[in-house]
Write a protein that binds this ligand. Structure first.
Ligand SMILES: *Cc1c(COP(=O)(O)O)cnc(C)c1O
Length: 795
């Protein structure tokens, strides 16, 4: 850790303001101050970062390479100050300069190079690997435009492009010297007994490095993001002839590769550009890995002793054939040795069971974009079939003119993991039953986690202070120590302090809601929060139907003893996901009616701040009383939002899905509001073709709610707006909203009863924090290091 003091940091900030920004303090904008502070903080990272790299080289330590199409990083400034132990010093230094630290921090744009959970997991993993001293590189794409920005127009989602690189990014270092050629298309020639790929197109992948500093600055790793550049030079001859557009064509074509993030990770689209992006990331990463490895002077077959490569979902699954290609075509290994070597390096994390999300490429497209890889994929498939002759005829990588990336990743990985206990079992049972039978030790479980530095220490200062006061320091890197809070939960004084910390967050969030949504909410109301991507399986629809039932019940009986509630929604829909967009519209329509209902008043408010992202989660999670984790059982692989809420002392209302199962197990049934069908019951329930009609007919409340929506009560200007949506619940309802409605209502009533008993509620909330240690991503990473990567800490 550094011995930097506030006056010294202040001098550093002023030095950067003058010499890096070229600004006089008298004329500096908030942007200038943020840049100056960021550079001053960044300087403090360089020492540990270089030392870590040097140590890894000197000891010949094994390295982990985490390949991911998404890194949902969020802001970095405050996080860096926290991990360097400079948070309060930075605040003081800025105050001495007449600047508000909070305002500076919030000026930073979110790095939103991801869609949701999968990308945020990659970001948490990077932080935990740095904290644990696991030598690692993250590899991704430096998208010029991250996830779109969301606005509401008359309650409808409108997308606009995101532009995080419009301003200078103080955290990255350009590495023009680290660039690789990535090839596409062309054909394969068979000459001198070898297959030689003659590509039709090439681009350059150029590295941009962001240091990732762990807790207390003890270790630093690198996030290396690739930007695409043209290999052919600008065509001066054409330009001089006046053909400006054609002259710039190769450049435009290449840059398209790193232009935009695909705004969806749950439906598979089969677009050629996406395949090219996946190969672009993977090929650049593998070339970089082999370059670093050969610099070390080892025999190429020793690769698995020095290199572990993790594929975050199937997006980088082309790594299998690409590594074989490099080992065979460039390093002269025979096919089987190359395959064994590659597989010993590779691990594959499965993130979804949704059939529509599993990547498959038409062999025509695949063979066109990557002709050499098509050959290799077919050879892998044939090799596997020959080696395992009992493999059923319908199992394989290439089937029905498609390349199945899940099967490819499975066969090319020495370990395949699911992301929660339930999910890993379903991966074995439902997704890859035949491959699991042939390779019974390959599938393992690694339950997700989140980093407690960002999701507790940084974003929830009142609770962090109380924890430190109660159990002392050190819990940040040893989250199991939160268990030491348990004996204090019996004490009135502790509960009172716990309640005060929560209330402080709620007061701040109430002000934030007033500013962002123009709605006044009471900090004494129960803050009921569902923030995540909008998807039918996550069932925001179930939540808004319950909200309508509540609104209706309050109107029927306004003088009953209502527990005031604020329903908080947040999340984006994929731009082309029609049903999800209808649900967004409905939530906004219900908010408009409920929030202006004088009969209901403060008993119910509905807010939906636009543009949910990491920074918004950091605002909302610490203020939540209730965590909504209500997906159809069997559909949410793990969830990580659920863990953030638990750590911050919000009990869950949830189904037995994903990591909810393990949350329930840790916290105990008395501190969790369980409802709904189990994954097995869901499958059974769907066997009744009239399941939703039967469920609706059994619930008067649900009938009333659906009728109100259908009659246009929330859309008087367009009464037919939700006919299709209501029809869907009655007659289709694949995600069993109707079947789980009654038990959800019962669980919500139990929430009201529990909240009304203040001490009971506070004990439940505190118990959630105390028992959340298991959900630190440090635990997850330790387990990957031991079970998949075979790598030890370098600390
Ligand atoms: C944690 C997080 C997610 C994942 O949330 P789930 O509830 O697990 O789907 C998605 N987006 C953002 C911005 C997050 O911080």
């Amino acid at each position: 850790m550094t011995d930097l003091t506030a006056p010294k940091l202040k001098a550093e900030i002023l030095r950067h303001l003058t010499y890096t920004l070229g600004k006089d303090a008298a004329h500096a904008s908030i942007y200038d101050w943020r840049m100056a502070l960021s550079y001053a903080i960044r300087d403090q990272i360089m020492g540990p970062w270089f030392a870590s790299t040097r140590k890894t080289w000197d000891t010949g330590h094994k390295r982990v390479y985490y390949l991911s199409m998404e890194f949902l990083i969020g802001r970095l400034l405050e996080d860096a100050t926290i991990n360097l132990g400079l948070r309060d010093i930075a605040e003081k230094a800025m105050a001495q300069l007449g600047q508000d630290f909070r305002e500076i921090v919030e000026d930073e744009p979110d790095a939103a190079l991801g869609n949701g959970g999968l990308g945020r997991l990659a970001a948490c993993f990077m932080e935990s690997m740095a904290t644990l001293g696991c030598p690692a590189y993250g590899y991704g794409i430096r998208y010029e435009h991250g996830l779109f920005r969301q606005r509401f127009e008359d309650g409808r989602q409108v997308e606009t492009p995101e532009d995080w690189l419009k301003e200078r990014n103080p955290w990255e270092f350009d590495r023009p010297e680290a660039s690789y050629t990535v090839a596409f298309k062309g054909h394969v020639e068979h000459r001198f007994g070898r297959d030689i790929w003659v590509p039709g197109e090439t681009v350059l992948a150029e590295a941009h490095d962001t240091p990732v500093i762990g807790w207390q600055g003890r270790w630093g790793n690198t996030l290396r993001l690739w930007a695409a550049r043209p290999t052919t030079m600008f065509d001066l001859e054409r330009f001089n002839r006046g053909d400006y557009a054609a002259a710039a064509e190769p450049e435009a074509l290449a840059r398209t590769l790193s232009r935009v993030l695909y705004p969806d990770d749950t439906t598979y689209q089969g677009k050629e550009l996406r395949l090219k992006q996946e190969y672009f990331l993977t090929s650049a990463a593998l070339q970089d890995i082999l370059r670093r490895f050969t610099t070390g002077g080892h025999a190429i077959t020793d690769l698995p002793k020095h290199v572990a490569i993790q594929m975050n979902d199937t997006h980088p699954a082309i790594a299998g054939p690409e590594l074989i290609r490099l080992l065979v075509d460039d390093h002269g290994l025979d096919f089987e040795t190359a395959l064994d070597t590659a597989r010993a390096c590779l691990g594959y994390t499965n993130h979804t069971l949704l059939p529509e999300a599993l990547e498959r490429w038409a062999t025509f497209t695949f063979g066109n974009v990557l002709p050499r890889h098509m050959q290799i994929v077919e050879r892998i498939d044939a090799w596997h079939k020959a080696k395992y002759p009992t493999r059923p005829h319908y199992v394989g990588i290439v089937k029905h003119q498609e390349v199945r990336m899940g099967e490819l990743a499975f066969i090319m990985a020495h370990k395949v993991n699911g992301v929660s206990a339930l999910h890993s079992e379903l991966v074995k049972k439902n997704l890859f039953p035949e491959l699991n039978a042939l390779h019974p030790d390959r599938i393992v479980n690694q339950t997700n986690g989140v980093t407690p530095r960002r999701w507790l220490k940084m974003s929830n200062r009142p609770l962090s202070a109380l924890i430190t006061k109660t159990i002392g320091e050190g819990w940040e890197a040893d989250l199991d120590r939160l268990r030491e809070l348990e004996p204090h939960i019996k004490k009135k004084t502790f509960l009172k302090a716990f309640g005060a910390a929560k209330r402080e967050n709620k007061v701040a969030t109430a002000a934030w809601i007033a500013e962002h949504c123009g709605v006044t909410v009471s900090p004494d109301a129960l803050f009921d929060v569902q923030i995540k991507r909008i998807h039918e399986y996550k069932r925001q629809l179930l939540n808004i139907l319950e909200t309508i039932a509540r609104w209706h019940a309050i109107r029927q009986n306004p003088d009953a003893d209502w527990v005031p509630r604020v329903k908080i929604f947040g999340g984006k829909s994929a731009p082309g996901y029609f049903v999800a967009k209808e649900i967004i519209h409905l939530i906004n329509d219900v908010a408009k009616v409920a929030n202006h209902d004088p009969v209901v008043g403060d008993r119910l408010k509905v807010v939906y701040p636009a543009n949910y992202n990491v920074s918004m989660a950091e605002h909302l999670v610490p203020a939540a009383d209730l965590s909504e984790q209500i997906s159809t059982a069997g559909k949410e692989a793990s969830g990580t939002g659920n863990m953030k809420f638990m750590i911050n002392g919000a009990p869950t209302i949830g189904t037995l899905d994903g990591a909810n199962v393990e949350i329930l197990q840790e916290v105990g049934a008395e501190n969790f509001f369980l409802f709904g069908l189990t994954a097995e019951q869901v499958v059974k329930r769907r066997e009744d073709p009239e399941h939703s009609r039967h469920a609706i007919e059994a619930s008067q409340e649900l009938q009333d709610v659906l009728q109100m929506i259908a009659e246009g009560l929330f859309s008087p200007e367009d009464p037919g707006r939700y006919h299709a949506l209501v029809h869907r619940v009655w007659h289709h309802d694949y995600f069993l909203v109707a079947s789980d409605f009654a038990s959800y209502l019962t669980a919500q009533a139990e929430v009201d009863r529990a909240y009304a008993d203040r001490n009971r509620w506070l004990a439940m909330a505190a118990m959630n924090t105390a028992r959340s240690g298991f959900f630190s991503s440090d635990r997850t990473i330790r387990s990957y290091m031991a079970d998949i990567w075979s790598v030890q800490s370098a600390l």
